[in-house]
Design a protein around this ligand. Structure first.
Ligand code: ADP
Length: 590
């Protein structure tokens, strides 16, 4: 900011300097024609003045040779004639007065006789008496009139014996059209007083404070005018304070007029030159400033553009960096997500396998538990088959074919029963991942009861199975549902080991589109209903095959996989109640 301000300041200084130079050059150049004009005007005015005065000088010289006047010097009687000659001459010439004086300065004759007077002490008479022909002198007379005195000596070979004096009013010499001309022109006499001028305000004033001794009376002079001179390009310039019709700043020029003993001076206003120079300087400054402004604006624009580009580049870079970082983060997250997913998939696969293994283990454990009963179940019909077949043999030998046929039919029945038992066992033990289907829940309950039948009989448990009149279908896997029911029945049987009354009530009801299967027993009830579905929670003796604490947790998982719920609670009248809630297939009921 400071640098910019400094640059602007320096530029303005340079413009001012340059404009100043332009002004100077322009002013100097413009002074030239002004000076020429002034010189011409001054020389014209000087010529007019000189020629105007010259005629009176010559008149004085001519009159000095006039015989009437010379005779008057010698003869006092001739005064009248002399006066007449002088009056006539004065009238013709238009002078103030013409006088004739003798060597002592006494006025002998005059165009305007006023008694005796002596002019022996006047400078113009002294000069004439010294033999100077046609000398003149300027003076202000008692009335304040500016008067030129021309004197010529009367000579006859020896020293002057008298003089002719011609008095001329300056007003008569100054031409009326010369007054108030374009330039202020004035003529200064030897004592430094402005005696002739086309500007009345300059008359009878001295320039500056220096008023050399004059023959004027001080009260006849007007106050001096002050000026200050200086030089520009060889021209003498004045700063003048001499009234409103005199230029304040002017070009000053002089021209000596030795013939009339004066010096002509002219004061020409430099205002036109100043105006021209100022105009040129202003144009130069305006051009410089315009160029400067254009340059400044262009520079600013370029700077702003480059700044904007820089900012954009920076923000782009930042954005790119952020995008890169974010991409990196995302790809990292993606990687870890993939890893997590694959871990999860692995864990799921392991879980699935563990579940499958557990289901299988549960099934095998149930089978193991029931193995004694099963072998008894199969052994009994087998023994019966053996007996019937032995008897059938004997009966055939005895020719009792009818009774033998009856035995064979019994054998066939028993074999069918065994086949059914084996079929159920095989289906139960098979490790399969059956799909979800529509399952007849009553058939499932009955199949489970059949598998458990020998154990139930052995334990003396009474099963009260209230089979619904209509078929109830649920969504699920047949074998896995069978496993759930079998587990509930087995648990109830286990729990009622010490009970006096060993009853299991199994029922089901349809509520909306849900089927609730209930298994109640008359056992001691649940010790801790909150924990029964936890894996490895068991109250059974450790070491026994059934005491793994996995049955209910497996059942829980299976029912959940069918979209159902399994719950366990204690009955108000004692014993445990397990309910399995399953969904019915769409638009299917009892
Ligand atoms: P396990 O039969 O191997 O102990 P379960 O998961 O089948 O494993 O059963 C967990 C526990 O739940 C049993 O140990 C028992 O304490 C309790 N339980 C289950 N069913 C009943 C029931 N009908 N009456 C009383 N307690 C039961």
């Amino acid at each position: 900011m400071t640098r910019k301000a400094l640059a602007v300041f320096a530029f303005i200084i340079a413009v001012v300097g340059f404009s100043g130079s332009v002004w100077w050059v322009g002013f100097s150049a413009a002074l030239k024609p002004i000076a020429e004009q002034g010189r011409a005007d001054l020389s014209l005015a000087s010529g007019r003045l000189t020629s105007g005065l010259q005629q009176f000088r010559q008149a004085a010289v001519l009159l000095a040779d006039h015989p009437e006047l010379i005779r008057r010097i010698q003869d006092p009687e001739l005064a009248e004639q002399a006066n007449a000659v002088l009056l006539e001459a004065s009238d013709k010439l238009g002078t103030l007065e013409i006088q004739l004086a003798d060597a002592s300065g006494k006025i002998l004759a005059s165009s305007n006789p006023r008694g005796s007077a002596n002019i022996s002490l006047t400078p113009y008479f002294s000069r004439a008496m010294q033999g100077a022909v046609g000398s003149y002198h300027a003076q202000v007379d008692a009335s304040g009139q500016r008067v030129f005195y021309f004197s010529a000596p009367l000579l006859d070979g020896g020293p002057p014996f008298g003089a002719v004096i011609v008095k001329v009013d300056m007003e008569a010499v100054e031409e009326s059209d010369w007054r108030g001309g374009a330039q202020a022109i004035y003529f200064v006499d030897a004592s430094g007083v402005v005696f002739v001028s086309n500007r009345s305000e300059l008359l009878l004033r001295t320039r500056g404070t220096t008023a050399s001794s004059t023959s004027y009376f001080t009260d006849q002079l007007k106050p001096f005018f002050s000026y200050q001179d200086y030089n520009i390009a060889g021209h003498d310039l004045w700063a003048v304070d001499a009234g409103r019709y005199i230029p304040i700043r002017a070009l000053h020029m002089t021209q000596p007029l030795p013939v009339v003993g004066m010096e002509g001076e002219v004061l020409i206003s430099t205002a036109p030159a100043e105006r021209i120079a100022t105009l040129q300087a202003l144009v130069a400054a305006a051009l410089c400033l315009s160029f400067g402004a254009i340059w400044y604006v262009a520079t600013e624009r370029r700077r702003a553009l480059s700044e904007r580009l820089e900012i954009e580049a920076r923000s782009n870079a930042a954005l790119e960096a952020r995008v890169a970082a974010r991409t990196q983060e995302l790809s990292n997250a993606n990687l870890s997500l993939r890893k997590e997913i694959s871990e999860k998939e692995e864990a799921e696969a392991a879980l699935k396998k563990a579940q499958v293994d557990l289901v299988q283990a549960g099934k095998l454990s149930a089978l193991g538990e029931m193995s004694a009963g099963i072998s008894h179940e199969l052994n009994q019909p087998l023994m019966a088959i053996q007996n019937f077949s032995d008897n059938a043999g004997l009966l055939l030998e005895r020719g009792k074919t009818e009774v033998a046929a009856n035995n064979v039919s019994r054998i066939s029945d028993l074999a069918r029963r065994m086949g059914r038992i084996i079929k159920n066992l095989r289906a139960f033990a098979r490790q399969e991942s059956e799909p979800m289907t529509n399952v007849d829940l009553s058939a499932v309950v009955e199949a489970a009861l059949e598998v458990a039948s020998s154990r139930l009989r052995q334990e003396g448990v009474l099963v009260n199975w209230i089979r619904p009149k209509n078929k109830i279908t649920v969504r699920g896997g047949e074998v896995r549902l069978q496993q759930v029911v079998l587990n509930l029945v087995t648990n109830a049987t286990d729990a009622m080991g010490e009970s006096d009354v060993k009853n299991i009530d199994i029922s089901m009801e349809l509520i909306d589109n849900k089927v609730v299967l209930s298994v109640c027993d008359t056992g001691p009830g649940l010790d801790d209903p909150e924990k029964i579905f936890d894996p490895f929670y068991t109250t059974k003796a450790v070491g026994r095959a059934e005491g793994m604490g996995l049955g209910l947790s497996i059942s829980y998982g299976l029912v959940q996989s069918f979209g159902g719920q399994i719950r366990g609670r204690n009955h108000a009248d004692g014993g445990a109640v397990f309910t399995v809630e399953l969904t019915t297939p769409a638009k299917e009921n009892m």
